[in-house]
Design a protein around this ligand. Structure first.
Ligand SMILES: Cc1cc2nc3c(=O)[nH]c(=O)nc-3n(C[C@H](O)[C@H](O)[C@H](O)COP(=O)(O)OP(=O)(O)OC[C@H]3O[C@@H](n4cnc5c(N)ncnc54)[C@H](O)[C@@H]3O)c2cc1C
Length: 346
């Protein structure tokens, strides 16, 4: 989460495009399609992000619509402490400065917020679509030595915050996957909340299954009710399509599960929880798995999206590669036989 996910995306998309020229079998074409969906849809953003860093010189404009090429002044209209070191912030863009085009705010998108004291920007993921009043809601975490997060956390209602975007972090495609497993830690849940909001509250024809596995260090650091309640409702209304499971490293100061009104499991997300989340739809004979676990799972239209602290992403999906590429699949997902076209580290 702290790594520049945009750089990761940019490099990955470039490598993918080159790899596609040698593909010629039907199976490979299917894989290529998935790969294109993963990387290709982001290519425009990637190309844009590979260009020289325009942010340094990006001007501030308050008379043309919000765009990645300039900063737009927005007002902080509400700020609520959600746990020690996290807040929900609502930032309002003047409605007349909202760009037209519904695709711009299709998941998963983020914006850059600029710390204008030191002229440094960082990306943040709005929880929902921008509403008609131009409101964007964020769940942000303050890092002890973090530059922008401490500045943002200290902002007061009425303060001006400069924003540029929207920028696509990853593109959702209805029907591309039968099963999606979302794995998040801490504020890494924000892109998944945004995605789930679109999948389950709009007219999406999604017919697959999504499971969210989320972990926080302690119950008090779990996402706030503003995030939990809508997710629990989606699960309640779509039991065949959406499930979610929460994990904590320890119960901390709470008296364990009995004192919580949410089912929470103690321990880290690992092989058992990931295997438990998977819906087995394999039509291959059972004995095939004795010889090749790979041939089973790597054929399935299954996707893992992983977002969280770097150590968590590494343990589940392997480290990012050199120069911010996605890197090969490692960690738990590799040991389960999943391939890079099935795994995306946000
Ligand atoms: C696409 C995207 C979307 C994101 N969405 C969100 C979101 O919705 N909410 C959210 O809270 N975050 C989000 N992030 C993370 C966010 O962009 C920032 O990375 C985060 O707020 C930390 O930024 P910072 O400037 O405060 O920290 P940095 O100054 O970049 O520091 C990062 C970390 O390194 C540590 N550090 C800093 N300097 C040193 C040093 N000299 N030695 C050792 N350690 C050091 C800091 O303590 C901190 O833990 C997102 C990131 C991406 C890429």
């Amino acid at each position: 989460m702290l790594k520049s996910r945009f750089q990761v995306l940019a490099k990955h998309a470039g490598l993918r495009a080159r790899g596609l020229t040698t593909i010629n079998t039907r199976r490979s074409l299917q894989r290529a399609t998935t790969t294109l969906l993963l990387g290709g849809a982001s290519a425009a953003v990637a190309a844009y992000l590979l260009l020289p860093d325009i942010s340094r010189g990006a001007p501030t404009r308050d008379n043309i619509p919000l765009s990645p090429s300039h900063f737009t002044p927005a007002k902080l209209v509400s700020s609520t402490i959600t746990s020690s070191g996290t807040k929900i912030l609502t930032v309002a863009i003047p409605p007349e400065l909202l760009p037209k085009g519904s695709d711009l705010f299709a998941p998963i998108w983020s914006v850059f917020i600029k710390d204008d004291d030191i002229q440094v920007e960082r990306p943040y993921t709005p929880l929902d679509r921008v509403d008609e009043n131009g409101n964007m809601k964020f769940w942000i975490k303050r890092y002890q030595h973090g530059e922008v997060s401490r500045w943002l956390y200290s902002k007061q209602v009425g303060d001006t915050i400069e924003i540029r975007g929207p920028l696509k972090t990853w593109s959702w495609k209805d029907g591309a996957w039968d099963e999606i497993i979302l794995i998040s830690g801490g504020t890494g849940i924000t892109p998944f909340y945004q995605l789930l909001g679109t999948v389950f509250s709009s007219n999406s024809s999604f017919q697959g299954r999504i499971t969210l596995l989320h972990s926080s260090r302690t119950p008090s650091e779990l996402p706030p009710r503003d995030i939990l309640d809508p997710l629990l409702k989606f699960a309640q209304h779509n039991p065949e399509k959406f499930r979610l499971k929460f994990f904590v490293d320890s119960f901390g100061e709470t008296k364990g599960q009995s004192s919580l009104d949410l089912e929470v499991h103690k321990g880290r997300i690992g092989k058992d929880s990931i295997c438990g989340a998977l819906h087995s739809t394999s039509r291959a004979p059972w004995w095939r798995s004795l010889f090749s676990q790979d041939s089973d799972v790597s054929d399935r239209k299954i996707l893992f999206l992983v977002c969280g602290p770097e150590q968590m992403v590494e343990a589940i999906a392997g480290p990012y590669g050199r120069n911010y590429s996605q890197g090969p699949v490692g960690g738990v997902l590799r040991s389960l036989g999943y391939k890079s076209r099935q795994v995306w580290k946000l």
